[in-house]
Design a binder for this molecule. Structure first.
Ligand code: S3P
Length: 166
C-alpha cells in the first residue's frame, strides 16, 4: 500500500472537503497544496496569479507538490491544475495512491459559481474542464464519480475502501 492518498480533480470537485473527512476517518494527516502555496508566498492564490502570473504559480506548485509527496501517512489535496505537469504526477505516484474525484460539470458549476478565490473559474471554465478530463483519468489509480446527489462522507468511504484494497 502506498504511504499517502492524493486527491486530484477539477476545481470544486470536493478534494479539500473529502480530504479532511478522510484524514479524520483514517487518522492520517491532511495537507492542502493551495493552502501551503498561499502560506509560503504570504499571498492569496488570486494575488499570486495577478502579481506574478500563472507560470510562477505553477513553479511553486511543482516544488510544493514534490515536497508534500515526500511525506507519509498524509491525505494530499492537490490544486485542479496539478495534472498539467507530468512531473507532478510522477512524483505523486511514487508515494501516493492517486484518486480522481470525477465530478459532473453541473455539480462543479453549482459549487463554485461566483467563486472569487479561484482565478481560473471564469467563462472559459467549461472548455478547461473538457480539456482536462482525460488527463485526470490517465493520471489516477482510481476514479470516484461524483454528482450533485453525492454525499461527501460516502465518497470518503469509497476512497478508503479503494485504498485498503489497493
Ligand atoms: C487551479 C485550481 C485551484 C488553484 C489555482 C489553479 C486550476 O485549486 O490551484 O486556482 O488550474 O485548476 P482548486 O482545484 O483547489 O480550486
Amino acid at each position: 500500500m502506498k504511504d499517502n492518498i492524493a486527491l486530484i480533480g477539477f476545481m470544486g470537485s470536493g478534494k479539500t472537503t473529502v480530504g479532511k473527512i478522510l484524514a479524520k476517518n483514517m487518522d492520517m494527516k491532511f495537507v492542502d497544496i493551495d493552502k501551503k502555496i498561499s502560506a509560503e508566498e504570504k499571498m492569496s492564490i488570486n494575488d499570486i496569479f495577478d502579481k506574478f502570473g500563472e507560470r510562477y504559480f505553477r513553479e511553486i506548485e511543482r516544488e510544493i507538490t514534490l515536497r508534500e509527496a515526500s511525506g507519509n501517512n498524509t491525505i494530499i489535496s492537490t490544486g485542479g491544475g496539478v495534472i498539467i505537469d507530468n512531473y507532478n504526477i510522477k512524483n505523486l505516484k511514487k508515494t501516493s495512491f492517486v484518486v480522481y474525484l470525477n465530478a459532473t460539470f453541473d455539480c462543479i458549476e453549482n459549487r463554485i459559481k461566483n467563486s472569487r478565490t479561484r482565478p481560473l473559474a471564469d467563462e472559459k471554465m467549461h472548455d478547461l474542464y473538457e480539456s482536462r478530463k482525460m488527463l485526470y483519468a490517465i493520471s489516477c489509480d482510481c476514479i470516484i464519480d461524483i454528482d450533485s446527489e453525492s454525499n461527501m462522507y460516502d465518497t470518503a468511504s469509497q476512497i478508503k475502501d479503494a485504498y485498503i484494497n489497493s
